[in-house]
Design a protein around this ligand. Structure first.
Ligand SMILES: Cc1cc2nc3c(=O)[nH]c(=O)nc-3n(C[C@H](O)[C@H](O)[C@H](O)COP(=O)(O)OP(=O)(O)OC[C@H]3O[C@@H](n4cnc5c(N)ncnc54)[C@H](O)[C@@H]3O)c2cc1C
Length: 378
């Protein structure tokens, strides 16, 4: 058996950032990852740095939901500020660009929804500029001539998911953390000294535990009798062949689910929450209907997409909650058991989610007030 101050469960962005901050503060840290680091959502996502309220959910779930969710924008905003400094702090290129995100409207009704959403965002200090057709096409001449306007949030951007979590993990190790891969936590119980975790690589005794298990976090919490309303949802993303520099922004559509951006190598990365299929025998497979729907939405906003060959689509499971609010804090009734769960947009929120988990595990004042944001903080 090994002993540590803090056991972090999960080697995605939330867990590696938490381990980095914990180790920097001088705590003993073991991070246990079931498989390989960065092999789940954190390494397979679309790399958008989101700040706006997601437009399809604003339309589908309504203004009441949006006002309840809106305080979470404060966490995203703080996390995006952290992203801006991370390449310098870690000394690693992570392809971070904050060149703005645009929701594109092609009808008056869509433009009215963008304006209503911008008003909710403004109440939380998030600025979304409303652009008329001329201003929109001056900002983004690659957009469809059918566009009548849009909402531009200049703070949004993108980063490279293949690079970010490995860089945080390396920084954590350099600061003294131990990372165990192929070490799924299969049992977790409380004892007099704190917690005892079982893994195939041996038992781990820890004073504190951070649950950063992403889409599997509810199963980990259930080991201690804690119920977490979070599930995994299968999604897919598509990338095209490299094309000449075309799209500097993160592009959304007010007509449907879309996120579109251009990677540094020129590939267009196209996603936005389109579902993949769960195979009955296990595993995920791309859904052709999602692929055609996603590409049609993309080409409807950026016509040049229609001329780019698709190279591949991939599938992955996202951690989702019904109300989109994060679950960050100490589990009710289990002191020392910290939940570090940011759903749907957890890549954008990763730097702040991990920082907050470390603060809570160290009994430090949290980097930000989570009231109204985390479901655990009221
Ligand atoms: C296709 C797709 C596209 C997305 N696009 C975006 C985007 O553009 N922008 C954005 O902000 N967000 C996006 N997301 C969401 C984002 O990727 C996730 O919210 C975020 O990565 C969650 O990070 P995490 O560290 O909590 O979880 P994960 O990255 O899933 O890491 C959790 C880790 O815990 C491990 N684990 C689970 N159970 C155990 C156990 N019992 N013992 C040990 N380890 C365990 C897993 O193996 C995994 O490695 C997308 C997600 C998907 C799937």
């Amino acid at each position: 058996m090994v002993k540590t101050d803090v056991l972090v469960i999960g080697g995605g962005i939330a867990g590696t950032v938490a381990a980095w901050h914990l180790a920097r503060a001088g705590a003993g840290v073991i991070l246990a990852e079931a498989g390989e680091l960065n092999a789940q959502a954190s390494g397979t996502n679309a790399g958008s740095l989101h700040l706006q309220i997601p437009h399809p959910e604003f339309v589908g779930l309504g203004g009441g939901w949006a006002r309840g969710f809106a305080p979470t924008l404060r966490l995203l905003q703080a996390s995006l500020e952290m992203w801006s400094g991370i390449e310098t702090e870690l000394g690693q290129p992570l392809d971070v660009r904050r060149t703005g995100g645009i929701v594109v409207a092609t009808t008056d009704a869509e433009m009215r929804a963008i304006a209503a959403k911008a008003a909710v965002e403004a109440a939380e200090g998030v600025e979304t500029e409303l652009l008329d057709r001329a201003a929109l096409l001056a900002e983004a001449p690659y957009l469809t001539a059918r566009a009548i306007g849009g909402g531009l949030c200049r703070a949004e951007g993108k980063a490279n998911p293949l690079r970010a979590t490995p860089a945080f993990a390396a920084a954590a190790v350099a600061a003294g953390a131990t990372i165990l891969t192929h070490a799924p936590v299969t049992g977790l119980q409380r004892d007099a000294a704190g917690f005892l975790a079982r893994t195939p690589r041996g038992d781990i005794a820890a004073g504190r535990v951070v649950n950063a298990a992403g889409a599997r976090a509810a199963a980990v919490a259930a080991m201690l009798g804690v119920r977490v309303e979070l599930q995994g949802f299968p999604l897919q993303v598509t990338v095209t062949e490299p094309v000449a520099p075309l799209v500097p922004h993160l592009v959304y559509s007010a007509a449907g689910k879309l996120s579109l951006k251009q990677a540094p190598n020129g590939g267009l990365i196209i996603g936005g929450g389109w579902p993949a299929r769960q195979r009955p025998e296990g595993g995920l497979v791309t859904d052709p209907a999602s692929l055609t729907g996603n590409m049609a939405t993309a080409a409807g906003v950026v016509p040049a997409v229609a001329g780019a060959q698709v190279v591949r689509s991939w599938t992955a499971t996202v951690n989702g909650t019904a109300d989109w609010r994060p679950v960050i804090g100490t589990a009710p009734g289990v002191p020392g058991f910290i939940l570090a769960l940011f759903p749907w947009m957890g890549f954008s929120a990763g730097p702040m989610t991990g920082r907050l988990a470390a603060d809570l595990a160290l009994d430090r004042p949290p980097a930000m007030d989570l009231r109204g944001i985390s479901v655990l903080a009221g």
